[in-house]
Design a binder for this molecule. Structure first.
Ligand code: GLC
Length: 513
């Protein structure tokens, strides 16, 4: 594939591997399943796919607890399946990115097992974050809490504690240890040698903790002893050198949660990561003012922005946008409109599997089916992320809807019979047909659109912006708004009545050059 900086304006499709397509018939998605669906992804019109972790893992956190960074879990296939997937993806014109999980390993990782067997103060323990409690008045070494709820520390047999910012089965590495750094440079090379196009870096802002591990307040702010410490950037400078040493363009996108676009921008300095996820839009409510603020702040701070509406960690955006609305079904219309706005902006867009089918969050999963550690650690008070991870309905009229032949690891709702890819592919008014049209329209304009966008004056709770000949209009208000002058409506997410744009709708207009 050519040497273009493809990541700059790529549409990347996130595959949550466990839930995409199951070729082996065990109810869990796998690499061979993904391979069989590459024609679907190519026809959808995305540029790249990102695979969530498929490495050997006890699956305490759906595979984000990695026991071996250089292999494929038998649940998902083999290294040979992986190589075949890379080759096939490239043959379909799709780039392939893999998830790398550097903040923590699985507690089943051989290094952690050795650390447990070794005494305090040993080299083996120094690869992780083991500490003693010096102050009799407190139980744990400091007040840090796990992102999944509960303390971030677990005590081992000899009385020491180890840090886990996530589940106890996910011990944090000590990134001040040169051996850890070297190991990950080798892991990057292992996958780059197999021909991948890039990495998505899990919890990219968490690797370095402040010396002395002082107590903290919640939040991602500049003073946090946990998140976005200045020294974390040295790690990505090392990684960038490795990426740049390979032929072609190998890119890295960081999962970076910050309080500000300025902090986010630090990760994408020229010698660091190519991209970092920009979660600000995903956190914004359905409101033109909120969207405009996010877009302005992002474009001001970040030279190569990314846009994300959904992923495997958050409530699906079609459901979010319906919350609090008099009729929650409006969420789907708003989701379509937001897609058009996202695809019209400069930069790259990340889609999450199933959003092209308009899948809603599944809120009523039975407790015995749930697997997210957040659900268990909160004793069921927080439902967690299983509701956006329900396997994809491909075809047929009954579960597992062509996902595989052996059921599905999370139950699929009966209402999904109407949402299968097969059914939607045959229906021009479906969400799938709309996504295909929108992605095709973006491709058709790709060569001609300038990088910069400009705001146009818009009435009510609407936004109008232009990029060269293209004007994108989105109406977040409750009344129709008059569209700006244009020659042609290229695509719209709902019926555009004459010159008016209805509520919860977006349109792409072309003007004369
Ligand atoms: C990231 C992943 C999430 C995982 C966590 C711990 O936030 O996206 O799914 O649980 O890291 O690895």
């Amino acid at each position: 594939m050519e040497d273009s900086p493809w990541w700059r304006d790529a549409v990347v499709y996130e595959i949550y591997v466990r839930s995409f397509a199951d070729a082996s018939g065990d109810g869990v998605g796998d690499l061979a399943g993904i391979r069989s669906r590459l024609p679907y992804l190519a026809a959808l019109g995305v540029d790249a796919i990102w695979l969530t972790p498929f490495y050997p893992s006890p699956m305490a956190d759906g595979g984000y607890d990695v026991a071996d960074y250089r292999d494929v879990d038998p649940l998902f296939g083999s290294l040979a399946d992986f190589d075949a997937l890379v080759a096939d993806a490239h043959a379909h014109g799709l780039r392939l990115m893999v998830d790398i999980v550097p903040n923590h390993s699985s507690s089943a990782h051989p290094w952690f097992q050795k650390a447990l067997a070794a005494p305090r103060g040993s080299e083996e323990r120094d690869r992780y974050m083991f500490r003693d409690v010096s102050d009799d008045a407190r139980q744990e070494p400091n007040n840090w809490v796990s992102v999944f709820g509960g303390p971030a520390w677990t005590q081992v047999a000899d009385g020491q504690w180890y840090l886990h910012l996530f589940a106890p089965e996910q011990p944090d590495f000590n990134w001040r240890n040169p051996e850890v750094r070297q190991e990950f440079l080798d892991i990057l090379r292992f996958w780059l040698d197999r021909g991948i196009d890039g990495f998505r870096i899990d919890v990219a802002m968490g690797l370095i903790k402040a010396p002395g591990l002082p107590d903290t307040d919640p939040g991602f702010g500049a003073k946090s002893p946990i998140w976005s410490r200045p020294e974390v950037h040295d790690i990505y400078r090392d990684w960038r050198r490795v990426l740049d040493s390979y032929p072609g363009v190998r890119a890295a996108v960081g999962e970076v949660w910050t309080d500000s676009a300025e902090d986010l921008a630090l990760y994408v300095r020229p010698d660091e990561l190519h991209q970092s996820f920009n979660f600000a839009w995903l956190e914004a409510p359905w409101s033109a003012t909120a969207f405009r603020k996010v877009i302005d702040e992002t474009l001001r701070a970040v030279p190569a922005p990314t846009w994300v509406l959904s992923n495997h960690d958050v409530v699906r955006h079609t459901t979010r946008y319906g919350e609090g609305a008099p009729d929650p079904s409006v969420g789907l219309a708003r989701g379509h409109a937001a897609l058009l706005a996202m695809l019209a902006l400069p930069g790259s867009a990340y889609l999450y599997q199933g959003e092209e089918l308009g899948l809603p969050e599944v809120k009523n999963l039975p407790p015995e089916a749930r697997q997210d550690p957040i659900f268990f650690r909160s004793k069921g008070e927080v439902l967690g992320r299983d509701g956006c991870r329900v396997p994809i309905p491909w075809s047929g009229t009954a579960p597992p809807y062509g996902f595989g032949t052996g059921g599905s690891w999370l139950p699929q709702p009966v209402e999904w019979a109407g949402l299968t890819a097969e059914r939607q592919a045959a229906d021009p008014s479906s969400t799938l047909a709309f996504y295909r049209r929108a992605l095709a329209a973006r491709r058709s304009l790709r060569e001609t659109l300038p990088d910069a966008m400009a705001w146009l004056e818009a009435p009510g709770d609407a936004l109008f912006f232009s990029r060269g000949r293209l004007i994108c209009a989105i109406n977040c208000g409750t009344d129709p708004v008059r569209l700006p002058p244009h020659e042609q409506v290229l695509i719209s997410s709902g019926l555009v009545d004459g010159q008016d744009l209805p509520p919860d709708t977006a349109a792409w207009l072309l003007t004369v050059e």
